[in-house]
Unconditional design. Structure first.
Length: 338
């Protein structure tokens, strides 16, 4: 349960074309990186205010990478698939755990970062001019500042996720101007991001674990905010605020994601009718279930089940282990990674 652990991939699934023709690196809207976070300007061209590149690592073993953000750039990364990664700076751990698809990481200029990848990964990287989009922001002077936008890991930023999806779905057909517009929109979105007026501490790990276990056991029942607050041992107001800081979700949203994850498991592994699936995971009607399912996954339950089974069949025909987005993640507690 880091923001979206069990719901990883539930709301955002990126699939590029399996057989895209290889375009010359210079003509791609977002070229593939030869080395992590190393974007390449076109030969003889003036520096661009935004460059976009893509880092894909297919190897299953542990891979260590290190990079430093240029003094005049901010660095944004959007995870296009769920992975397991550890981000550190010196002895300071920034993030260590499962990073869901759609996670956004932001690094400030002149900052060194080390990454340890424990699984295959796919990231879209934006290298953004600090002067053009984040000019001389003083701490506390505006909605965003250099301090607030460094080492910021947002496990749930739907708008950023949709921008990444719009760009990657076009594959090599995306032209450079379109890609640049996407990058500009993302930069402006982050530059104007509202920050909390008062700092709220994240829900302590032990309290979070109790809430997760309670939801995992009672997700098919009506669970009120008061119940969850009582399980955590806090008032409703304090619990809701701390839970959102710890997970990126309001309690109600988190519960819905858990229900959809259980529904995906049933859809993938059984012939259970949709109406029965809806009731089994705690929805009162199939209509409500379908509405929530489509909002989170982008597909209706019926289409998702069909796509999941087609992907599974294709993998088996190709003689590949069926690792697809149709498989739900095991019930792992996000608190284990906090």
């Amino acid at each position: 349960m880091l923001n979206d652990m069990q719901a990883a991939g539930a709301g955002l699934t990126y699939q590029s074309s399996r057989r895209e023709p290889d375009a010359p690196r210079e003509t791609r809207a977002f070229p593939l990186e030869r080395r992590w976070r190393q974007s390449h300007q076109r030969a003889g061209s003036a520096p661009e205010d935004i460059t976009i590149s893509r880092w894909i690592c297919a190897q299953a073993g542990i891979r260590h990478e290190e990079a430093t953000t240029p003094a005049d750039r901010y660095f944004f990364a959007i995870a296009l698939k769920t992975t397991r990664v550890k981000l550190t700076r010196g002895r300071h751990t920034i993030f260590d755990g499962v990073m869901p698809a759609g996670t956004l990481y932001i690094g400030a200029p002149s900052q060194q970062l080390s990454a340890q990848f424990y699984a295959s990964c796919d990231f879209l990287h934006f290298h953004v001019s600090a002067d053009s989009y984040f000019p001389a922001l003083r701490p506390g002077a505006g909605p965003a500042s250099a301090e607030s936008l460094n080492d910021l890991v947002l496990l749930r930023d739907p708008f950023a996720g949709q921008l990444a999806k719009a760009l990657t779905e076009r594959g090599h057909s995306a032209d450079r101007e379109f890609a640049r517009c996407i990058g500009q929109t993302l930069a402006m979105h982050l530059a104007r991001r509202e920050l909390p007026h008062a700092k709220v501490n994240a829900l302590p790990k032990w309290r979070l674990r109790r809430v997760e276990e309670y939801v995992a056991t009672h997700f098919d029942h009506c669970i009120s905010l008061s119940e969850l607050a009582k399980v955590a041992g806090l008032s409703r107001m304090h619990f809701a605020a701390q839970f959102r800081v710890a997970t990126g979700y309001r309690p109600r949203e988190y519960l819905l994601h858990q229900r959809i994850e259980r529904a995906k498991s049933l859809l993938s592994n059984s012939e259970t009718a949709l109406a029965e699936v809806a009731l089994t995971v705690g929805f009162c009607t199939q209509a409500h279930f379908s509405t929530v399912f489509k909002r989170i996954t982008g597909d209706t339950p019926a289409r998702w089940r069909c796509a999941s089974r087609n992907a599974l069949a294709s993998s088996r025909l190709a003689g590949v282990d069926p690792i697809s987005t149709s498989k739900t993640m095991p019930c792992v507690l996000l608190a284990d990674f906090l």
